[in-house]
Each structure stands twice: as structure tokens, then as C-alpha cells.
Design a protein around this ligand. Structure first.
Ligand SMILES: NC(=O)c1ccc[n+]([C@@H]2O[C@H](COP(=O)([O-])OP(=O)(O)OC[C@H]3O[C@@H](n4cnc5c(N)ncnc54)[C@H](OP(=O)(O)O)[C@@H]3O)[C@@H](O)[C@H]2O)c1
Length: 242
């Protein structure tokens, strides 16, 4: 499938749009898809996005970067209007983990804007093309926080619970049109989502999540893996007998 961003000679490759691609899990997803997909990479930090784009070009992808604040619905609609992609990975997300009574209105709205409202803006821009072509795949990065709870997680956990209900409802709406919707729900992953100094040694690596995304979006056409939960298998503390 093609995008208005590249020419006919490139139509042999699939295409994917990855949000939150400037670092962390999004960077790993972009790299994982690069050997087989042309890429549109979206985030705010243009210089980091260019670094990711260079990695992906070295793996064979034709890459375009879009520096867009996903919390700005009008900016998203204008940047993504008319884009045709085979795969959309909604990965961008933010977390302000703190007790509810310490959560500021800015913390609250930031998480709801990026983790929830941006899903509307991005998917509303890209899904019509998939439905009209009768194929495509939307993969959303949720979290185990989408079915668990923890102290300090009121808003973040709430947004990730939203993702689970949203994704399953959307899947039921569009599967008869040939469009798949998956949600990949990682446990803890070693990224900049955690404050500097956090012990991330036991966590998943971003590449582990990227492999799960790749699996979900490359199943045979008659198969949809809707939910995929990925957990670390490394003990948090050294074992007594280690
Ligand atoms: N790390 C974990 O333990 C973990 C576990 C489960 C689920 N997740 C989920 O995985 C996803 C990726 O998280 P991560 O761990 O890779 O975090 P990260 O390293 O902080 O990366 C977040 C990405 O989102 C982008 N982003 C944030 N706000 C944005 C905005 N307003 N507009 C555009 N892009 C924006 C960032 O780019 P810019 O700053 O350049 O805009 C960055 O590329 C999130 O949805 C997160 O909830 C993470």
C-alpha cells in the first residue's frame, strides 16, 4: 500500500506509521518494521526522530518524519490527512505517576490528551483509508496497567483501562471491513518513561515489545491476535541460590 509521501516505485513495500517513535518502545518498533515497511515516524522531538529515521534507513526503509504534538487534534488532522498506511502503531504515551491528591490539572490533562484523546485524532485520520481499501492493521500499545491497578496510577491506569475497552470495541467495529485491531500490553520496560536512576535491570527491553508488535501485525490475513501481554521473566532481585 502506498502513501502520498512516497512514489509508485516504492509500492512493493508495506507502510507503517509509528507514533512516539523518537525513543524507547517506538524507536524499537520502527527498527523492527524497517526491513519490510516504509515508515512515517511521529513525535515532537525532531532531532531525535531524525536519528531514528537514520537507523531505519540503514535497515532499508524509506522514512518520513513528522514533528507533531499528538495532543493537538488540529495539528494531527492536518499532518496525517490523506495518508494511506498498511499498519498504524499507536505507541506514544506519557505517565505522571503520583498520588491522586498530588496530581495537578496539567498532569491529568497531559495524560488524557496523549494517552486517550490522541487515539481519536490519529486513528480517525488513518482508519478511513484502511476501511475503504478493506485491509490494514491498527496496533495500540496498552499496558498491564490496563487491567491492573497501583498506588500512584489513578490517571495513567485509568487511561490504559480506556485503551483496553476502546481497542476491543474498535476491533469489533472494523474486523468485518478487513481491518485488524490489536493491543500489545507490556509490563515494565526499560525506557525514559521511568525517572533517571530507576533500577530497570529486571525490566523488558524495548526490542521485546517491538517483537510482539511485529508478531501481531504480520499474522496471516485470516488470523487476528487481538491482545498480546508481554512480561519480564527476569527476577527483580537476585535469587537466594544465585
Ligand atoms: N516503559 C514501560 O514500562 C511501559 C509499560 C507499558 C506500556 N508502556 C507504554 O508504551 C508506550 C511508549 O512508552 P515508552 O516507555 O517508550 O516511553 P518514552 O521512552 O517516554 O517514549 C514516549 C514516546 O512518546 C512520544 N510522545 C510523548 N508525548 C507526545 C506528544 N504529545 N506528541 C507526540 N509524541 C509524544 C515521545 O516523543 P517526544 O517526546 O519526542 O514527543 C516518545 O517518542 C506508552 O504508550 C506507554 O504508556 C510503557
Amino acid at each position: 500500500m502506498s502513501s502520498r509521501l512516497w512514489d509508485m516505485t516504492d509500492r512493493i513495500r508495506l507502510s507503517a506509521l509509528v507514533t512516539g517513535a523518537s525513543r524507547g518502545i517506538g524507536h524499537a518498533i520502527a527498527r523492527r518494521l524497517a526491513p519490510t515497511h516504509n515508515l512515517i515516524l511521529v513525535a515532537r522531538d525532531a532531532s531525535r526522530l531524525e536519528g531514528v529515521a537514520a537507523d531505519c534507513r540503514a535497515l532499508g526503509a524509506n522514512v518520513h518524519t513528522l514533528g507533531v504534538d499528538l495532543a493537538d487534534g488540529a495539528a494531527v488532522a492536518s499532518a496525517l490527512a490523506g495518508l494511506d498506511v498498511d499498519v498504524l502503531v499507536n505507541n506514544a504515551g506519557v505517565a505522571h505517576l503520583k498520588p491522586f491528591l498530588e496530581t495537578t490539572p496539567e498532569d491529568w490533562h497531559h495524560q488524557v490528551d496523549v494517552n486517550v484523546n490522541a487515539l481519536y485524532y490519529v486513528i480517525h485520520s488513518v482508519l478511513p483509508g484502511m476501511v475503504s481499501r478493506g485491509k490494514g492493521h491498527v496496533c495500540i500499545i496498552g499496558s498491564t496497567a490496563g487491567r491492573n491497578t497501583f498506588v500512584g496510577g489513578t490517571c495513567y491506569v485509568g487511561t490504559k483501562h480506556f485503551v483496553m475497552g476502546f481497542a476491543e470495541s474498535l476491533m469489533l467495529e472494523v474486523r468485518d471491513a478487513g481491518v485488524g485491531v490489536s493491543v500489545v500490553t507490556p509490563g515494565s520496560v526499560a525506557t525514559e518513561l521511568f525517572p533517571a536512576g530507576t533500577n530497570t535491570s529486571w525490566m523488558l527491553e524495548p526490542d521485546d515489545v517491538a517483537n510482539a508488535v511485529h508478531f501481531a501485525v504480520t499474522t496471516p490475513p485470516q488470523v487476528l491476535v487481538h491482545r498480546l501481554e508481554v512480561r519480564p521473566l527476569t527476577p527483580k532481585r537476585p535469587r537466594r541460590d544465585a
